[in-house]
Design a protein around this ligand. Structure first.
Ligand code: DX5
Ligand code: ZN
Length: 233
């Protein structure tokens, strides 16, 4: 029921649902709508059944916005690309636990290069998979759809998972690390994920799928902040 004290909502519009021929314009719109960071979905056609964008696009985005760039690596070999993405301007880099046998090394490398390091859990991955790394990460990303595509339906079990990840982070003393939630976040699901403890909210379709991304971003962030307050701050 309870949102946590000081819960700091950040809206992270996912450009996966934006117009790739007009990214600058779309980012400007969500910035006006109160976006706090820009979520960039990198897919390799192996780890997930879709292809998106790479380092050159992040480099161009860096020139187009001062907002932090939140790069979500849905690729089988993230270690090869961490340095180039951070050099291109990524401020947060998140990597999937499912593909990394040496996750501690990967997280340390991201941090050493000056970015915030996040670990991502697919819907079928148990929270226990991150038990040994939970104290070291800067944030945890809970996938609330199977990664690969925008516009999918939110998986309801993700709410319980967010609570379990929050409990784990608190138990290991990493109270500062926020939970990011990604997939199917919209006006109908945002309150329950915030009440469960999510603070960074990725939204693609709910923001860019509307005729007015600035207004949609603002409405979603307002709803999230209201849920955070309602949780008893
Ligand atoms: C899915 C991506 C998401 C996606 C979310 O693989 O990681 O970031 O853009 O899109 P929506 O908000 O439309 O579900
Ligand atoms: Zn994502």
């Amino acid at each position: 029921m309870t949102a946590r004290a000081g819960q700091a909502i950040r809206l992270a519009p996912s450009i996966l649902a934006a117009d790739f021929a007009a990214l600058g314009r779309d980012i400007e719109a969500v910035t006006r709508g109160g976006a706090d960071q820009i979520h960039v979905d990198v897919m390799d056609g192996h780890f997930v059944p879709n292809l998106t964008i790479g380092v050159p696009v992040v480099k161009s985005l860096r020139k187009a916005t001062t907002l932090p760039l939140d790069v979500h690596l849905m690729i089988t070999d993230p270690d090869r690309f961490i340095e180039p993405f951070i050099a291109a301007g990524a401020n947060m880099v998140s990597v999937h636990v499912e593909v990394l046998p040496h996750l501690h090394r990967t997280i340390s490398e991201i941090q050493k290069l000056g970015a915030k390091a996040g670990v991502v859990l697919n819907p079928s991955t148990p929270v226990s998979a991150i038990e040994e790394i939970a104290a070291d990460v800067d944030f945890v990303l809970v996938m609330s759809v199977n990664p690969g595509f925008g516009g999918q339906v939110f998986i309801p079990r993700s709410v319980a998972k967010i609570r379990a990840v929050r409990a784990l982070l608190d138990r290991v003393g990493n109270t500062a690390a926020p939970i990011e939630v990604d997939g199917g976040v919209d006006l109908s699901t945002v309150s329950e994920v915030v009440e469960a403890g999510a603070e960074w909210l990725v939204a693609g379709q709910a923001v860019f799928g509307s005729g007015d991304p600035a207004a949609a971003a603002r409405a979603l962030k307002d709803a999230a902040q209201q849920a955070a307050r309602g949780g008893g701050r």
